[in-house]
Design a protein around this ligand. Structure first.
Ligand SMILES: NC(=O)c1ccc[n+]([C@@H]2O[C@H](COP(=O)([O-])OP(=O)(O)OC[C@H]3O[C@@H](n4cnc5c(N)ncnc54)[C@H](OP(=O)(O)O)[C@@H]3O)[C@@H](O)[C@H]2O)c1
Length: 251
């Protein structure tokens, strides 16, 4: 029996795929979630909260690896990651694996700043660590378009390109890193194509069989400049599944 692996955020888009990838006979996979244990879950369930640290010590006790996929809206990820690091250190020296985003160091969004500070907390933790940065997930772009489905137009950030990646491919990479030796900063993971946001919106409309005018929204300041300069893109286009293929399954 290998040491247990804890997945924080194991109910989220990425975390639930990571947990699925890690599940194997003889391996305990734990999930930390604020939710109550679902009936019939194959995981060792720990109800807890990274903001208050409730349930955290029990979740990390004896874990050999922690894959940290939990994220809070806003800019709380630095504080919750520090809370996790402290609990992990009290528990021993588990390998801490963290998922981050390409460009967190170059685009000054509050959420990105918090993720960068979270990366720094992982690196300075004294624990064995791995950090993987990925580009935007297909799911994120899809949700950004789907949320506008009742509008007569589709708004999009003017002049942006994206390199969306399949969250299942990110999960596979993350699970592989979790099972390997601590890797430090792993090579970034990006989707197979860089496409103008208008192309992606058109692919979405075609998949949904809708016609809508596309309305560009200028994004001012350093954030807009950072995205227009492509600081969220990577030359490591190691993902395979395209947005079009994702849409074909999703719609
Ligand atoms: N989405 C993207 O395009 C993208 C791209 C690159 C990297 N990433 C990174 O990948 C990670 C996962 O993103 P995602 O889109 O999969 O997130 P998500 O679907 O929004 O899931 C968030 C997870 O965080 C957990 N969580 C939130 N607050 C918590 C708290 N206070 N205590 C404990 N757990 C808490 C939630 O669990 P419960 O609700 O069950 O408590 C949920 O499982 C994030 O770090 C994100 O920055 C995302």
């Amino acid at each position: 029996m290998s040491e247990p692996i804890l997945v924080t955020g194991g109910t989220g888009v990425l975390g639930r795929e990571v947990a699925r990838c890690l599940l194997a006979p003889g391996r305990e996979v734990r999930i930390l979630s604020r939710r109550a244990k679902p009936v019939g879950t194959p995981y060792a369930w720990h109800t807890g909260d990274l903001r208050t640290a409730d349930g955290l010590d029990a979740a990390v006790a004896g874990a050999g690896v922690i894959v940290h996929c939990a994220t809070t809206l806003g800019a709380k990820d630095a504080a919750t990651t520090r809370t996790l690091v402290e609990a992990a250190r009290r528990a021993g020296a588990p390998h801490l694996v963290y998922i981050s985003i390409v460009g967190v160091d170059r685009i000054p969004l509050p959420y990105y700043r918090a993720k960068l500070a979270a990366e720094e907390a992982v690196i300075a933790s004294g624990l064995p660590w791995t950090v993987l940065r990925a580009t935007q997930f297909h799911d994120l772009l899809f949700r950004g378009l789907e949320v506008q489905r009742r509008l007569p137009v589709v708004f999009h950030p003017a002049g942006f390109r994206f390199q969306p990646v399949d969250s299942r491919e990110v999960a596979q990479r993350l699970a592989g890193l979790a099972l390997g030796d601590p890797a430090g900063r792993a090579p970034d993971l990006g989707g197979p194509e860089v496409r103008d946001v208008t192309d992606l919106a058109r692919l979405y409309l075609r998949a949904r069989n809708r016609r809508r005018p596309l309305v560009p929204v200028p994004i001012p300041g350093a954030v807009g400049r950072g995205y227009r300069a492509g600081h969220h893109l990577t030359s490591n286009a190691t993902g395979h599944r395209t947005f079009e293929q994702f849409l074909a399954d999703r719609t």
